[in-house]
Write a protein that binds this ligand. Structure first.
Ligand SMILES: Nc1ncnc2c1ncn2[C@@H]1O[C@H](COP(=O)(O)OP(=O)(O)O)[C@@H](O)[C@H]1O
Ligand SMILES: N[C@@H](CCC(=O)OP(=O)(O)O)C(=O)O
Length: 254
């Protein structure tokens, strides 16, 4: 049997909520449907944000503490709900899921890295799709700066995946000039990072925290490990299969 392509799929809160204030079950169905279609040729590991967004749907926390502490508490409330929603929907498509919570510091300790790889390999070999998020109780890197993009790149590198797909709310990276002219044009293929950072404009989406810069930094980390990164528009239906079939514009960083 041919070896499956290992894909790390990063999904931000924006994609999961379809830019609303609620998690979109329809979007999770879209993701499950695509993974189910690709499951004979590809194995998926998911890095998903969305814990805070889920909690915000039904809870408002009172606190005089710093905003980041409130976000951590919201993530703790939302994470089990997020995973429950994934489990319910993925099960309908015959897909099994599990949860792994990681933080940057786990990637600095040899033993932790070995443990992560061993756990995830057993899960994947048994057809479970690990759904990873930052462990927001112990770490605040991604809720403050990163959009889970760096966590996705670190995980992609550790797991030696074949491809990192970052789903966001644009058709990849646009040229700065085209954004300024209100006629966004996707940079289809990137080989030179220095030029790329010039294209980043100072804007983020409603739920986003890292902007395009953190995606470019994630792609740079992956490139060091010879992993290709695709930045695709997760708001579109069939965004993974369409990218494979080149039916939509997206940015490939080689
Ligand atoms: N050159 C660019 N091309 C496309 N988007 C850009 C660019 N520069 C900055 N951005 C901003 O980056 C946003 C995506 O990052 P972010 O808001 O963090 O999304 P996510 O939550 O999906 O991680 C876009 O909505 C856009 O506002
Ligand atoms: N880990 C947190 C937030 C990570 C993050 O910043 O991502 P995003 O909500 O896409 O800006 C969560 O699951 O809500």
């Amino acid at each position: 049997m041919q070896k499956k392509k290992r894909i790390l799929l990063k999904i931000g809160s924006n994609t999961l909520t379809k830019e609303t204030n609620n998690i979109s079950r329809g979007k999770i169905e879209d993701i499950a449907n695509q993974i189910a279609k690709l499951k004979d040729t590809c194995e998926f590991v998911i890095v998903s944000s969305g814990a805070i967004a889920v909690a915000k749907q039904f809870v408002k926390l009172e606190s005089k503490h710093e905003e980041v502490f409130v976000k951590q508490a919201l993530a703790s409330i939302g994470q089990p709900h997020l995973i429950r929603i994934y489990q319910e929907i993925f099960r309908e498509y015959g897909l099994l899921t599990s949860q792994c919570l990681l933080s940057y510091s786990d990637f600095e300790r040899e033993q932790s890295k070995v443990n992560i790889v061993n756990t995830i390999n057993v899960l994947v070999q048994n057809n479970y799709i690990p759904i990873i998020n930052e462990n927001d109780t112990v770490a605040t890197d991604e809720i403050q700066f990163g959009d889970n993009d760096k966590l996705a790149a670190l995980t992609a590198t550790l797991l030696e995946v074949d491809l990192l797909i970052i789903a966001t709310n644009t058709f990849g990276i646009y040229t700065k000039e085209s954004i300024e002219n209100n006629d966004p044009k996707t940079i289809l293929e990137v080989t030179n990072f220095d030029d790329l950072l010039e294209e980043v404009v100072n804007s983020k989406s409603t739920h986003g925290s890292g902007g395009m810069q953190s995606k470019i930094e994630a792609a740079a980390l992956s490139k060091k490990a010879n992993i290709e990164t695709w930045i695709v528009n997760g708001l579109e239906d069939h965004f993974i299969t369409n990218a494979f079939e080149n039916k939509v514009p997206f940015t490939k960083i080689k």
